[in-house]
Design a binder for this molecule. Structure first.
Ligand code: MN
Length: 520
């Protein structure tokens, strides 16, 4: 052992290209004046799960950590003598080493910082203070520890000194106010004071304490308020997306369990199994994403095609928000952060799941382009807003043509060669009353006429559900349960739809929620 380099033995035992342990900084120059013996210096106890579990007790002294390996660790009972094997000095920067020493390396195993703090050297000889280095050479060390787990006085005394072998010492608690014969500090406080990890967790390289993932759950989605371009203006801090004419869907996954939920909490799994499978293939196993199920006919989307199980359209989940990820709610993050996480989750998804990208430009130009492209409109979202279930002023929809959901309250008989029915009688709720909005007589193909007629007959009732008197010949009435998506040019002055056209049924919307948009 070189007397020039106190760490020569430490370094000779280790291959620093293979172990993460520190090689040690060059020793600090000696202080220009002698430090008082009582000066507080650092101590550390590392719990080292090597060939045998032990506790490495280290005292800062003269630029190194003087070290003992204590198989059972320090005891709080003054009657208990714990074996402490004096080992080579360690570098000062070993004090916060926590990690895995690889197999086949010296001391292979896991290390956690089990305790640390400061100590005072209480060693004296003949009433005079003795420096730690002299105390170690003389075979007796007395210290006062101020750690997180170890507090009070301990004494270390050499019991055997084998030539060429390791020195055996014993470590004993002083009988002071901190002594506690009943306390088993190693069992009561087994983990790292730095990270809270156990040795096993360090071995599995887990970043922190294990936490249990909360299950991802469904909540009602965030909804936009309908506004006009004039009302919206061109405010700062908003982003714009295409308004999709599909079915709103919150996809919730817990491990292999996937649910595609509608906005009123009905499952779409049976209807779109390929989308459930695509969600199950995403790389994270616990999350909730918000989006819209859309049928693409080339580059156009079609709500009608979604209703038709035989259509050749590509049905895609267009995702635009992330509500939960890996057991954590993300709804309180700003929109931009939620969408950045969403893009990472969806990056490798393949064609069945797409991310809705923001579109750049002034809202007036964006709405004009959207309408020219045949879109329904655009959605405006505040970039700094959290996600709130339900209708929120922080999301707005700007529509190209008027369209909205309406409640079917009756139908008329068909004329001529037409099958099923002639027109739907539709309305909306206002103050608990179903107000009549007019007749919808176009937008049906033969299959729709037939299936919708059957659904109406199943709901037929003798009296009109509408609050308004309706002078309509050959009218039949139905329980107001079915909701239709209807496109039209405008509301007339007397509150009727102009040029209405049926777009499809909305089984995902509750009839009782249907209101006139915008309010009359
Ligand atoms: Mn050790």
């Amino acid at each position: 052992m070189s007397s020039d380099d106190p760490l020569a033995t430490y370094r000779s035992k280790r291959a620093f290209d293979r172990t993460p342990e520190p090689a040690g900084r060059p020793p600090d120059p000696p202080p220009p004046y002698p430090l008082p013996t009582q000066h507080a210096r650092r101590f550390v106890v590392q719990k080292h799960d090597a060939r045998r579990l032990h506790y490495d007790f280290r005292l800062e002294s003269d630029g190194v950590l003087v070290s003992w390996a204590v198989p059972k660790g320090p005891a709080y009972d003054p009657k208990v003598k714990r074996l402490a094997v004096h080992v080579e000095d360690h570098p000062l920067d070993y004090e916060d080493f926590e990690g895995v020493i690889p197999d086949a390396q010296y001391g292979a195993g896991t290390v956690v910082v089990w305790d640390r703090g400061t100590y005072r050297n209480l060693t004296n000889g003949g009433g005079r203070p003795v420096a730690i280095s002299d105390a170690v050479a003389n075979g007796h060390v007395s210290v006062w520890l101020d750690g997180e787990k170890l507090r009070g006085g301990w004494a270390l005394t050499r019991t055997s000194r084998e030539p060429g072998g390791k020195e055996q010492w014993i470590m004993v608690k002083r009988a002071d106010e901190h002594a506690d014969p009943g306390r088993d500090v190693e069992a009561e406080q087994p983990d790292s004071v730095l990270t809270g990890r156990s040795n096993d967790e360090v071995g599995e390289d887990r970043g922190s304490r294990t936490w249990t993932r909360e299950r991802a759950t469904w909540a009602p989605p965030m909804l936009a308020e309908l506004v006009t371009l004039h009302h919206h203006g061109d405010p700062a801090g908003w982003q714009y997306e295409r308004k999709l004419d599909g079915l709103r869907c919150v996809a919730v996954r817990n491990d292999g369990d996937v649910e595609l939920w509608s906005r009123n909490h009905l499952s779409y799994n049976a209807r779109f199994p390929h989308l459930a499978a695509a969600v199950a293939r995403l790389p994270a196993d616990t999350f909730s994403i918000d989006g819209e199920i859309v049928a693409y006919d080339g580059t156009r989307t079609s709500f009608g095609l979604l209703q038709d199980p035989g259509a050749r359209a590509a049905v895609v989940l267009c995702a635009f928000d992330l509500l939960e990820l890996l057991g954590r709610k993300t709804t309180s993050l700003p929109l931009t952060d939620r969408q950045a996480l969403l893009r990472q989750l969806i990056a490798s998804a393949g064609p069945d799941i797409q991310v809705v990208e923001a579109i750049e430009g002034r809202p007036a130009e964006l709405l004009e382009r959207a309408c020219a492209a045949g879109w329904e409109g655009i959605i405006a979202k505040r970039v700094d807003a959290a996600y709130h279930p339900g209708r929120s002023p922080e999301w707005r929809k700007l529509k190209c043509s008027a369209s909205q959901e309406l409640v079917i309250g009756g139908w008329t008989d068909p004329g001529g060669a037409r099958l099923g029915f002639g027109a739907l009688l539709v309305g909306y709720y206002d103050d608990g009353r179903l107000r009549y909005a007019g007749k919808v007589g176009t937008g049906f193909d033969e299959a729709t006429l037939r299936s919708l007629h059957a659904q109406l007959i199943a709901r037929e009732q003798p009296d009109s559900p509408f609050a308004d008197a309706i002078a309509e010949k050959a009218a039949h009435w139905s329980r107001p349960e079915l909701v239709a998506a209807v496109k039209f040019s405008e509301w007339t002055r007397d509150g009727r739809l102009r040029h209405p056209s049926f777009q499809g049924l909305r089984p995902d919307k509750a009839a009782g929620d249907v209101r006139r948009e915008p309010p009359a």
